[in-house]
Write a protein that binds this ligand. Sequence first.
Ligand SMILES: [Zn+2]
Length: 314
Amino acid sequence: MSPSHAIKMWEKVVIPIILYGSELCSEMTKQAICELEITQRYAARRIQGVDRRSSKATTVLLGLLRMSTRIERSKLTLLNKFLYETEEFIWKKVFDFRICQFMVGNTKQKGFVADIFPVLEKYQLEHATNNYLDRIEVVSKPVWKKLIDKTLRDAENKWWTKITSEGDLTRIGNIHQDVTLCDLWKICNQNRQYRHCINIIIRLAILKTDGDVMCKLCNKMCDDMTKHFMLNCIKLFKERDSLYENILNEIDINLFNDLWNSDEDILIETLLGSQTDLMRPDQISAAEWTSFMCIVSKGLSEMWTHVTNCFIEV
Ligand SMILES: [Zn+2]
């Protein structure tokens, strides 16, 4: 099953079961949230066939919201139901009573009302309760859903930008800049035979090098396994030449020259799927980019067969 199909099952079948009733969970501990995040990361790794490293990137590559964000979304969705409904329901009257208590200073109360105010403040959505208390019309469910989907997705993108601005996730952060399903996995929908090759690209993009390591193929030291493998290892020059020849046969000569003459990091990121520098949508069509990535992934997966377990730590 392709990751984009597997992720639909995760979202539509598994997540509703795991988070059933979470909108009413009050004062969830950090430990409980952490265990939920670990569960989702485990699923994301299994779906993509990658190892335990760079676990935060694995959920982002599938466009998955963090579990903490999902819980906040379910609370915001329930809030709209409370605000929008008429007063004929007893639970609506209890809600009104509780919110009035909270607004007059009884901030020690526990439960949904106490939980929702920090969430509203975090996402700057306080106008929802303010409008309600001022008897301004409450927005309908579809309008509210659209608003919170956009607000929470923007917040997730900001979080991803922040954690990838430095450290081990910089490369994958440059390649994959938003919390959305990675375009590389979408290629597998029409080209299932490339699933393994795309998996190699994803692995290279999130591969971390812990300190200096020695390449067992050429006995050279390096501090970036992906860079050494893709650009520098002299034992792989034949496979690398073959890859560049295939790329040259596929893309425009001017684009190939730009690629060849680009900065090393940009070259690596472009070969690993980045569409922000050379392969921007205004430079190359989606179909051409797909063909390019199929050729690159096939070439890199052929090189990868020489590489498995070839780096040792020193
Ligand atoms: Zn080497």
